[in-house]
Design a binder for this molecule. Structure first.
Ligand SMILES: Cc1cc2nc3c(=O)[nH]c(=O)nc-3n(C[C@H](O)[C@H](O)[C@H](O)COP(=O)(O)OP(=O)(O)OC[C@H]3O[C@@H](n4cnc5c(N)ncnc54)[C@H](O)[C@@H]3O)c2cc1C
Length: 417
């Protein structure tokens, strides 16, 4: 098919947006992929592979695979650190305005040596960010918001040290417009706020971490230790944090799977570690849910109860108190680390984007879809949804739904010409 006059604009460069762009390219369309952060891949780029002696089908490796394809695709224009500021439609297409943070590192010159990161005096303020995936180029991003941009830095800092002369700290924000034949909203989610369960003490008790943090630690190969440096030998996982409560009545659909896979992975490498998972119900996982659960039970002790709270012990561990389902008696159990399996909350920008694109949000705050099967269509002709922007789903589900969104766009554009 001939390329349409205007590209398809995809908002959000996570696994859903990337998959939609790749599918559109296969169908013969040009796509513009707009990503608010400096790097593509979204949350899933920060996850670890959960394979034990066999693949656990967690989907984390699909992200690097898709990123590699993305960076080689000729018909996909990439706009990192860019966001939508205005949208209007007329004559059957969209006119979209964007603003971008500056490309302080010139991608055509950068050699990804990392000197800017290693030498930056403002690294703790996030002046130089590093992509999770080594497939990204440049792998580093200088954020003007954290950068000192001081006279000394201009004279002696990264700009001067960069061996490829790729850095220009004087570059400024820019604005531009694109005309689009269709728009796909794939702006994803934010992990549920662990503070929504204050009795678990996240932020106050340093032995309490989130599932997102555990994913990242394992991806980076970090040891699991308590804050006092002792190895963490007793791990507790608390499911449904930020899901299935009064404020978030829905199920996030991925936490049982990632929580159990993480626990199994740790036990596989460290059989001496004890893992206990506190849950309400276990969701169906994979093609053989009963088989998955039976295997998980061999590695993890499943306790159907939610601890009422966590308390620090004088020895540096945490004490969880819960009601034993079989005896109806209160029980206390000690852990070195407790992992809160945070769920999927609606994206922060959803209300603003919904207003700009004239879309409706669900009562929970996700984008409302129209069609039942793939849930990609919206009330606005030419605006489609992909991935967790529409509601909780796994990486594999995001990929297949994004492909469905791309095919819907293809049919929509065919009907226009
Ligand atoms: C702790 C945790 C662990 C998980 N582990 C697994 C797992 O092991 N396996 C699995 O299958 N699933 C897992 N999931 C679910 C998985 O994270 C999602 O299925 C997947 O990442 C969703 O991809 P997405 O593209 O829809 O969204 P995201 O990953 O959120 O990507 C959206 C992208 O859009 C960008 N964006 C946001 N707003 C804007 C804007 N206004 N303009 C432009 N860009 C914007 C964001 O920066 C981001 O890059 C896990 C979820 C959590 C919370």
């Amino acid at each position: 098919m001939n390329s349409p006059k205007h590209p398809v604009v995809i908002l959000g460069g996570g696994i859903a947006g990337i998959s939609a762009a790749l599918e559109l390219a296969k169908l013969g369309h040009e796509a513009a992929l707009i990503e608010k952060s400096p790097f593509f891949g979204g949350h899933a780029a920060h996850f670890c592979c959960k394979a034990t002696d066999k693949c656990q089908k967690c989907g984390a490796c699909l992200v690097d695979q898709r990123l590699r394809e993305l960076f080689q695709a000729p018909d996909i224009a990439l706009y990192p650190h860019t966001e939508l500021t205005h949208a209007e439609r007329g004559n059957g297409h969209f006119r979209l305005a964007f603003k971008s943070k500056p490309d302080i590192i010139d991608p055509t010159r950068c050699i990804d040596c990392g000197i800017c990161y290693d030498e930056c005096p403002s690294i703790d303020k996030g002046a130089v960010l590093v992509a999770a995936s080594a497939t990204q180029h440049p792998r580093y991003f200088i954020d003007p918001e954290g950068c000192l941009l001081s006279h000394e830095c201009l004279l002696q800092g990264c700009q001067r040290m960069c061996p490829a002369k790729a850095i220009d700290l004087t570059r400024e924000d820019s604005a531009f417009e694109l005309e689009a034949s269709a728009v796909i909203v794939a702006t994803g989610y934010q992990p549920a706020d662990p503070a929504s369960r204050p009795h678990y003490g996240y932020g106050r008790l340093l032995q309490v971490i989130t599932g997102r943090e555990l994913e990242e630690k394992l991806r980076l190969g970090e040891d699991l230790t308590r804050p006092d440096g002792q190895p963490a030998r007793r791990l507790g996982f608390i499911q449904c944090v930020g899901s299935r409560d009064r404020l978030h009545p829905y199920c996030s659909r991925v936490c049982c799977a990632y929580g159990l896979r993480l626990a199994k992975l740790i036990r596989h490498h460290h059989p001496e570690v004890e893992a206990v998972t506190f849950y309400m119900d276990i969701q169906s996982i994979g093609a053989d849910p009963a088989g998955f659960q039976a295997e998980a039970c061999q590695a993890v002790h499943l306790v159907r109860a939610m601890p009422g709270g966590l308390q620090a012990s004088p020895e540096g561990s945490l004490i969880a108190r819960y009601l034993d389902e079989s005896t109806d008696q209160p029980v206390s159990r000690e852990f070195d680390l407790v992992v809160l399996a945070v769920g999927i909350s609606p994206g922060k920008d959803n209300p603003d984007l919904a207003e700009m694109l004239d879309l409706t949000l669900t009562p929970e705050g996700f984008f409302q879809s129209l069609d039942g099967e793939h849930r990609t269509g919206t009330t606005q002709p030419g605006v489609f949804l992909a991935g967790t922007a529409e509601g909780p789903r796994s990486i594999a589900e995001c990929i297949s739904q994004a492909a469905a969104a791309a095919r819907e766009v293809h049919e929509y554009i065919k009907a226009l010409v």
